[in-house]
Design a protein around this ligand. Structure first.
Ligand SMILES: [Zn+2]
Length: 261
């Protein structure tokens, strides 16, 4: 516990892989526990770079632990009771999200301790650690694919909306024709009504949201640090921005990025 005094531990779902992620604020270090996809969707993502997670364990200088529900839309339980912020001890039962995903606090603390210890080992300066170099040129394609995918979804949506309102206008104009042209008016109105029914069914079966989620999920799995020991998601930012923001280094494992084509 000594090592964790004054630290904040973020807990949440690992973006992309769906494991339980444990991060210690300010160290840039995180670890993932459990199997891929083991954490349900009701647990919010953990993004240490933004200081965001589902819940956070704040440990003060005397070693007291306060569990905090990070965002108002999250749900966190301590011993079956929903909490916003509560003092806890290792023996308390903690569950995250409406599906009550149980976490083992002592495992989380143990993991966090290892992260803190590993960060305090001096890196580079004669410690025998060599900065590894990884080529990130392929990430440009990953970003472009994702970006184009989202754009074509949006354009498709726009086209569908246009057809829908077109059908509505057509029907509106066809109905008065009944008075002037009799049977022709009925036929036109019928065509308009059928068009409206079709677009209504289309609206019901619209899966743009799912499609977008699938695209994002795939992107988060591929837009990661190429270091196999790290593999962390590099954030929802363009490839260009990525290169600039991190000055060609992984913000997590600190490996060096190069661009070789
Ligand atoms: Zn990395």
């Amino acid at each position: 516990m000594e090592k964790l005094k004054g630290k904040t531990i973020l807990i949440g779902k690992e973006p992309g892989q769906g494991r339980l992620m444990v991060a210690v604020s300010g160290t840039g270090k995180s670890a993932s526990l459990g199997a891929v996809g083991s954490v349900p969707g009701c647990v919010s993502r953990c993004k240490p770079a933004e200081g965001v997670g589902h819940a956070a364990v704040v440990i003060d200088a005397s070693g007291n632990m306060i569990l905090k529900n990070v965002k108002s839309q999250n749900i966190t339980y301590v011993n079956g009771q929903e909490i916003v912020s509560k003092r806890i001890s290792v023996s308390d039962s903690i569950e995250l999200g409406k599906d009550r995903f149980g976490i083992n606090l002592s495992t989380v603390l143990e993991t966090a301790k290892k992260l803190v210890v590993s960060v305090s080992v001096p890196s580079g300066g004669g410690g025998g650690s060599v900065t590894k170099t990884f080529n990130i040129a392929h990430l440009e394609v990953v970003w472009t694919d994702y970006h184009n995918g989202l754009r074509s979804l949006r354009e498709n949506q726009k086209r569908v909306n246009l057809i829908r309102s077109g059908c509505g206008i057509f029907t509106m104009c066809a109905m008065p024709c009944i008075f002037f042209f009799g049977p022709v008016g009925y036929v036109l109105t019928a065509i308009g009504v059928i068009g409206n029914i079709y677009s209504f069914i289309g609206l019901k079966n619209d899966n743009t949201g799912d499609e977008q989620e699938r695209l994002t999920e795939k992107f988060q799995e591929r837009y990661v640090c190429p270091n196999p020991d790290c593999n962390k998601f590099l954030g929802n930012q363009s490839y260009k921005l990525l290169k600039r923001q991190y000055s060609m280094h992984c913000p997590y494992c600190k490996c060096e990025f190069v661009e070789k084509r």
